[in-house]
Design a protein around this ligand. Sequence first.
Ligand code: ADP
Length: 518
Amino acid sequence: MAKPPLSQPLSAPELSDRQFRRMFHYLPIPTVLLGPDKRVLAASQSFLEHYGLGRDEALGHRCYEVFRRGQEPCPPKICRFAAAMEGQPGLSNFHEYMDPLGRWVAEEIHLSRLTDEDGRPLGVIESVRDISEAKLLEISLTETNELLNCLLNSMVGVVVATDLEDRILFVNHNAQEVAGYLPEELVGKSLRGLSPAGEYERLRDILEESKGPVRGLRSKIVKRDGTDLPVLVNLNYIYRNGMPIGILSILRDIRERMEMERHLNSARMQVMQSDKLAVLGRMAAGVAHELNNPLTGITIYGELVRESLPPDHPAQADLKRIVDDADRCRDIVRDLLDYSRQSNTQLEDLDLSLVVGEALALVPQDSLGLHVQVVTDFSPVPLLVQSDRKLLRQVFINLITNAFDAMDGRGRLTVRTYADGEGLRCAEIADTGGGITPEHMDKIFDPFFTTKPPGKGTGLGLSVVYGVLARHEGKISVKETGPQGTTFLVQLPAQAPKTLLEFTTRVHQDDPDSEEIG
Ligand code: ADP
């Protein structure tokens, strides 16, 4: 046959009806042709095989009998047949069922109208696409995503994924509880904006230098209310095909941990302090014993010599100085003994407020100063403690004396007693003096540490307070200090302290000499 000239357009070969029918029969995609009454006019071989039907079971039957093996037409809400007959394009139906082998099958059925040469509708062609695998994949992807979300949201800490430009791609729900941000308001924003100035850059530099995961960095983030939150940060790059594409940060709120560390440190300091004081106490007791008798001798003989000389004798002034200094030394010896081993210990039920009041009355008037206002705020109910009256009084005499010294004759002394929420008996001695400097803070309870001029301070006052309270299973702490003043807080248990009971018994039974000392 001669080839048509190249200038003529190529046309599809004319196919006979029979050829069209055969072509339809061999269509690889399961396809049916439905008449206007929804009956199957033709079905491809692939359609019959797909549904496991013989020709007779398909041809002449209505679509719902073939697809769903049902007797009832599909509800109008889901049936697209009428719309397809009207010529609506792009129609499809989703269909799922269990096949005879018990497999779950999902199908998408596309509908399109078939018309005659004049455009009159002849029926609807429905072709079936098995989308089971795609659906299963989609479901498993959704499930994996959900699982991942659950995991990320159940993780302790705020999990943040950013791209390399610091833009937040994902953040878990903990962001709300920890820092007050809703995850959706953070996505797309820069993580830099959540860090105090320079902090984010510091962490990035560390990550870049480490070239691997970084754990346990202490940092801060800015919470929604503008306050800083201390956090512990773990960082790592997110890799795809070996190339970093983002950064994963896990931030954990460490407020509780820091609080615990603070308590632990202070407990450690207290243990060290009490060990140190115990050693010094034993030493001090020995020295005090040795000094007490010669000092008594100096005072007595000094007084005797003074009395034997005329009042205007030139040696009078020097002798007075000797007696006064010896007295002062005796005071120090008494402090040392109080600090080290409480002589004359007698436990009794005492009202803490009364003891504090007694101490206040006993502090020498000249140290009260002319311009010091004394404010008392005592508990309206008795605050019973079991203690040795003399020792406890000494605690408050020392604290009140220090408070007056700190104010240098001008200011306000506030003395308060109360029971706290845990039933501890508390007393606060607050002054408006210049406060304790940070470098002195960890030394003030050391024996012989003083910032007072020579002759004024011995550095034993707070050591005595510390030692006495430790034996009472009580505590002394600086509640606050600064240029506005200092508040010391004394806390005592209500019940008899075991340490003191043991000590009292021991003093009375084993140490009869103790009565002479004090
Ligand atoms: P002293 O009173 O003999 O110096 P302390 O042991 O009582 O010995 O006190 C030690 C030091 O603690 C004082 O020298 C002072 O520096 C400081 N201190 C104690 N109480 C206060 C206070 N209320 N305000 C300021 N500093 C204080």
